[in-house]
Design a protein. Structure first.
Length: 387
């Protein structure tokens, strides 16, 4: 699966280079229905070409703009491995394609900026988690949501304890240092080598595993950096306290999926992990909404879209609730930090609720998509401020 990071979000959000085309479609993972995947993309690309021409773009220019995206239609290797949804972003200077574990409805948007709203449930992290399947023989990082889980390719992860530590030489299992001892050693004033880690076999095994887990933690840092989604461990229980000693990611859950992960199917791993993370998400959402209700009217919380958007843009939003089924059209002036409302969409008009949610996420806030049950039609945005 493609890693979709906050750097990608920031790049797409700030992108300004002529016409921007955003395509979203659901994709099938297996079976004869996978044949529909390139057909869906082909139809959406044709719609994008028609929309560009309708906006005044000459046909040769529209065809050239979409050429790189059209090349995926005949890429058999690309279609061999799909997730639940596909997002395609095209402009005169960039073509980016992301496979995401989120069912996406078919849509095409042509404008002066990219549309990211369909990805907000995924980006917000509400229901999204990582699962690290550990053993001494293998390691896998998986990314899950409420509905699915799949493996993430991480080049920096060592494949096994043996690969990580290169156990060909015993010296790599020991921690060496030297102490001063005049008149001893090599006869040239050198000092004899002394090592730690020479306990019994069980203690030496723990030392090796801890070193292995330090390397795993280092390899995961680029993937997990800046994220606030929970990480669940899967493995035999004696590995858990050793990994926690090596871990630097602040959102590692205390409980994990116990047992040999190689013996569990992806479905079993997902089911067991979701049982651990679902209460975490529900509790965080409920606590955030209760805090909003407590602070509303004090200046530390607001449901005024203009105030919320400005606060989100400058990193003041701690938690945000937004309605997925509603839009707030308008513009945001980055120089003055003020938002203005508009009655309808247009090429230079943005959805301010999307802008608020994206900047909340980029600034380490929590964004909770709501289908309308928590955030009513008269309260499209609700935010708790950090200060």
């Amino acid at each position: 699966m493609d890693a979709f990071t906050k750097d990608d979000v920031r790049s797409l959000l700030d992108h300004e280079s002529g016409w921007c085309v955003s395509l979203f479609l659901p994709t099938e993972r297996a079976g004869h229905q996978t044949e529909q995947n390139p057909i869906r993309l082909k139809n959406l690309l044709q719609r994008a070409e028609d929309d560009l021409i309708a906006q005044g773009v000459r046909r040769p220019e529209a065809v050239a703009l979409l050429a790189e995206a059209n090349a995926y239609l005949s890429d058999a290797h690309f279609w061999r491995s799909q997730s639940d949804g596909l997002a395609v972003f095209v402009s005169p200077t960039v073509t980016q394609v992301y496979r995401v574990p989120l069912h996406l409805n078919e849509s095409v948007t042509v404008g002066k900026s990219f549309r990211l709203r369909p990805l907000l449930p995924f980006l917000a992290g509400d229901g999204r988690f990582y699962l690290l399947a550990l053993s001494q023989k293998s390691v896998r990082l998986l990314e899950g949501s409420r509905d699915s889980i799949e493996e993430v390719e991480v080049d920096a992860l060592p494949a096994s304890l043996q690969e990580a530590l290169r156990l060909d030489t015993v010296q790599r299992d020991l921690q060496w240092h030297t102490v001063s001892s005049p008149g001893r050693g090599s006869g040239t004033g050198g000092r004899p080598s002394v090592f730690h880690g020479s306990g019994g076999p069980e203690e030496q095994a723990k030392v090796r595993i801890l070193r292995y887990f330090h390397l795993l933690d280092k390899g995961l840092r680029d993937v997990l950096a800046g994220q606030n989604v929970p990480l669940v461990l899967a493995g035999v229980d004696y590995l858990f306290p050793i990994y926690r000693d090596a871990n630097t990611y602040p959102h590692l859950l205390e409980k994990g999926v116990t047992g040999h992960p190689e013996d569990l199917s992806l479905k079993d791993l997902h089911q067991r992990a979701w049982g651990l993370v679902e209460p975490h998400f529900s509790r965080a959402r409920e606590e955030a909404w209760a805090k909003y209700e407590t602070l509303a009217g004090t200046g530390l919380a607001s449901a005024d879209p203009r105030e919320v958007v400005s606060a989100a843009r400058f990193g003041r939003v701690e938690s945000l609730f937004f309605a997925l089924g509603c839009h707030i059209w308008g513009t945001f002036d980055t120089e003055t930090g003020t938002a203005s409302l508009a009655e309808e969409p247009g090429p230079d008009i943005q959805d301010l609720s999307d802008l608020a949610a994206l900047h909340t996420i980029l600034n380490q806030g929590a964004a909770y998509p709501a289908a309308g049950d928590t955030v009513s039609e008269s309260c499209l945005l609700a935010a708790v401020f950090r200060y």
